[in-house]
Design a protein around this ligand. Sequence first.
Ligand code: PLP
Length: 367
Amino acid sequence: MKLFDVYPINDITIVKAKGSYVWDQEGQQYLDLYGGHAVISIGHTHPHYVQRITDQLNKVGFYSNSIHIPLQVELADKLGKISGRPDYQLFLCNSGAEANENAMKLASFHNGRKKIVAFSKSFHGRTSLAVAVTDNPAILAPVNQTENAVFLPFNDVEALEEYFKAHGDEVSSVIVEGIQGVGGINEASAGFLQAISHLCKQYNAVFIADSVQCGYGRSGKFFSQDHAGIDADIYTMAKGMGNGFPVAGIIIAPHLKPKFGMLGTTFGGNHLACAAALAVLQVLDELKKIPQLKKVRGKGLMIGFDLPESLKDLRKNLLFSQRIFTGEAKPNTIRLLPSLALRKKDADEFLEAIQEEIHAMEAAAVK
Ligand code: PLP
């Protein structure tokens, strides 16, 4: 049997990957600035990630959603915290298209309406509704064509307002990427996202923030739509969520109520997928997990944390023992302001070095 030939592939076979690098069969090293299509969030084969998935596989890899899966509850709790939306509800699935499919379906169950507003150059996936709201006729099969999908120009507040004025009562949901990925890296303006939020509230439509590619911290905030200071009703997530393990999800505002059987999946939220997603969040959260560092704060590559009195020399020790420059703010704050070209490998080295230094200082203090 041959493979179904749908991918125009590069003539390269990757056999090894670590951090931001991959290697082919000949041992040639490549710098990976693509992450397998925005998937690798914490670096290839991160040791904590590998360990956690391996441990889980040795316990239980899969069981269906007919039993308690405490890992899902733990994941919901962590996602609520890191996204700043602890009152939202989590539904887990397996891919970005599936996440969007479930979001649009849930919106329609909620308000009983059919029209979905999407925008020029959007990409939301290749399954039925997801591809119907994707602005690319070349991948829309006749069976996926539907009058329920309406396309408006991206970032055009006036066109949006006009459409809502005329048809607002028919709109079930509006789906938008915070930064369009496949469409060519186009940012939704804050004003545009705010208008969507406002109109959805006014007309009881559901605001779906597709964060499959632009989410999970990639933009410096957990969801790129957060830069506009708004709350969507549903956020869809996939790619970076599992660092390569197929796991996806939607988080749902509290006013959207669940009903048994409304959504469902065989594989979604299985033990291994949750272990992968939890490992990713743990690594993203790593600085916060060094208990000696207090009040870790900041965004993207502008991070600060406070030191207890006992570690006030940490900054000096990082420089002279570990050869790492950091910034300070009085009295006891370390400021991290690395170049935007910081590599995952460099961040990992820093985390290792700071822990080593803290342990050394604590051991010296005991003597
Ligand atoms: N939404 C966005 C914004 C995407 O970029 C993609 C994939 O590129 C999808 C949805 C579909 O995700 P998946 O390929 O996991 O179905």
